[in-house]
Ligand binder design. Structure first.
Ligand SMILES: Nc1ncnc2c1ncn2[C@@H]1O[C@H](COP(=O)(O)OP(=O)(O)OP(=O)(O)O)[C@@H](O)[C@H]1O
Length: 548
């Protein structure tokens, strides 16, 4: 059976942080033991006082020292768990990132971006909480409850039985309140999401809102979302306010009943409930401290339940099928020295889905230096051919070859030197103008980027910007045509052998189109070019390959 990626990450974190893991185990044990001792010391002190003896100073000090020790163990455990949780988060996010870069392009078409983002953010957070406030804390709390019961059995059997009967009822009550609180919190989160989305949505559509006079409608929608938030928060506050007083009343009630029974003087009852004053003080302490871990266990169950769903979703993501293996032995020089055609499709049949065929038995060859235009009706599969050349998909049958090598085997490190790909729309990345061209590729120097910008006629425009090539990029920096020129500069900056142009002049006006076509003509010199653009064909000529 294949090992779960998540378990591998957790195991690695344990292995790499042995001291931290040991520290957590020790603080859990320490916190459980030290929490049990103070009431026992208190019992001894009170019994000594009642019997008229002096209480030794070290005994009093040890009572306070034990209380302090319990807090130290508890807070150390919490801190170590937070550090451990952070390490799990770091390990998981690195693993998810590695996975993301190994996924085929198709995965991103089939999954909503938001779904993938929530794997990285929400699901990783819930897995972190599994460790910081889930299983380990639940184990510690369960140990605390069990040990308190064990001590109570020794100290006062009657009380232990009463508590044993009461504990399931308190626990059920706690769970009911927690579940309702969670439902209210989820409702609040949804409402908050709607409130926060409403503002950017309004800003995005502000012109339409003003022109259709929809301001009142938008205000009403906003009010509704705010009201939903308010109602949900009210509910949470109600449960919060009601829970603690009820638990305190139960606590006081149990103590009162036990004390009454203990002082009743009836011999049968005394056998079960009789105790010294010191024991009574200790027992009252224990009763109070049995309810707190019960409440925590309820919350921890909740955390574990939601974390399990997160664990499943992360595991599902980690087991997605990865990109096919490339051949790292292929290098650019050997590829270029080959006598084979630059591009060759041999009887290619391809469909994105098992039952659909986009390309059927297609064959053609393109020699180095040729200028080719792919033509055909819309949906014939022209862009699909680009995706096959870029190695994003494997064909159903036939071969897609680049200088005789299978296109899907071309390793990533030579792809940018081999292909220059210009899409219909420029895709901006965070960074400066220079980084738009280099795409953070260290093998592309500033000079190479400037040369590419000069070739497309954009150098003087960029140089006139306040910070030149180092100007941070925003969508308002260039016009649509200039973005297309930048797109061409990005494609040719690495001086690629093959230029793929996907209808890049489709959305341009006549003047801008002329500028882009001129730039393309310059960029295409001494290169093999495959384009999907009739305008380019008319402008530059070359050979046409028609897809029927
Ligand atoms: N990732 C995908 N998953 C499934 N089907 C797809 C995918 N990409 C494209 N298609 C389908 O493949 C067919 C061919 O698309 P393609 O974009 O290659 O056509 P095209 O010839 O470039 O069309 P156009 O001239 O309109 O741009 C279309 O029916 C399209 O819906």
């Amino acid at each position: 059976m294949k090992k779960s990626g998540l378990i591998q990450v957790i195991r690695n974190v344990f292995k790499l942080n042995k001291l931290l893991s040991f520290g957590i185990v020790m603080t859990v044990i320490g916190a459980v033991i030290s929490a049990l001792l103070p009431p026992l010391v208190l019992e001894r002190i009170v019994n000594l006082l009642i019997s008229g003896n002096n209480v030794a100073f070290p005994l009093v000090i040890s009572y306070f020292a034990l209380l302090a020790l319990t807090s130290i163990f508890d807070s150390s455990r919490e801190s170590l768990l937070v550090v451990f949780g952070q390490k799990i988060t770091h390990g998981l996010r690195s693993k998810l990132c590695e996975k993301l870069s190994n996924l085929p392009a198709d995965t991103f078409v089939k999954q909503e971006p938001g779904t993938i983002v929530s794997r990285f953010v929400n699901d990783v957070d819930t897995v972190e909480s599994l460790f910081t406030s889930g299983i380990i804390s639940m184990f510690a709390d369960a140990c605390k409850v069990i040990s308190i019961f064990a001590i109570l059995f020794v100290k006062n059997k009657g009380l232990a039985f009463v508590l044993l009967l009461l504990t399931p009822l308190v626990f059920i009550f706690t769970r009911v309140v927690q579940k309702r609180m969670l439902a209210a919190q989820i409702a609040n989160r949804i409402a908050v999401g709607k409130v926060t989305n409403h503002v950017p949505e309004t800003m995005k559509c502000i012109r339409t809102i003003h022109s259709l006079r929809k301001e009142k409608y938008m205000r009403e929608v906003y009010d509704r979302h705010i009201q939903d938030c308010y109602n949900a928060v009210e509910k949470t506050n109600f449960y919060d306010a009601v829970y603690s007083p009820i638990i305190l009343i139960v606590n006081a009630f149990v103590v009162a009943v036990i004390m009454l029974l203990s002082a009743s003087g009836v011999p049968g009852i005394q056998t079960f409930f009789g105790m010294s004053v010191g024991t009574a003080v200790a027992v009252i302490n224990y009763i109070s401290s049995v309810f707190a871990p019960l409440e925590s266990i309820g919350m921890e169950i909740q955390t574990i339940q939601s974390a399990v769903a997160g664990v499943e979703r992360i595991d599902e993501f980690l087991s997605l099928e990865e990109r096919f293996e490339t051949d790292t032995n292929i290098d650019l020089n050997t590829l270029m020295e080959s006598n084979r055609a630059c591009v060759e499709l041999q009887n290619v049949t391809f469909g994105y889905e098992p039952n659909s065929t986009i390309l059927s038995n297609l064959s053609f060859a393109i020699n180095t230096g040729e200028q080719i235009t792919l033509s055909g009706r819309t949906g014939a599969g022209k862009s699909t051919i680009f995706k096959l050349l870029l190695g994003q998909y494997k064909v159903n049958s036939g071969k897609v070859l680049l200088y005789g090598q299978d296109a899907s085997r071309l390793p990533d490190n030579i792809k940018r030197k081999f292909f220059g790909y210009v899409e219909q729309h420029f895709r901006m990345i965070p960074g400066t103008v220079l980084e738009q061209i280099t795409l953070y590729d260290k093998s592309i120097s500033r000079e190479m980027a400037e040369k590419a910008a000069s070739t497309v006629g954009l150098h003087s425009t960029i140089s006139k910007l306040e910070q030149g090539y180092d100007t941070p990029c925003t969508s308002a920096l260039f016009s649509q045509g200039q973005w297309q020129l930048l797109s061409i500069a990005r494609a040719i900056a690495s001086e690629p052998k093959l230029l793929l142009l996907d209808e890049i002049t489709a959305n341009l006006d006549a003047d801008t189109e002329q500028t882009v076509l001129q730039a393309l003509k310059r960029a295409s010199e001494n290169r093999t070019v495959i384009s999907i653009s009739h305008r380019l064909y008319q402008h530059m000529g070359g050979r046409e390959i028609s897809l029927s």
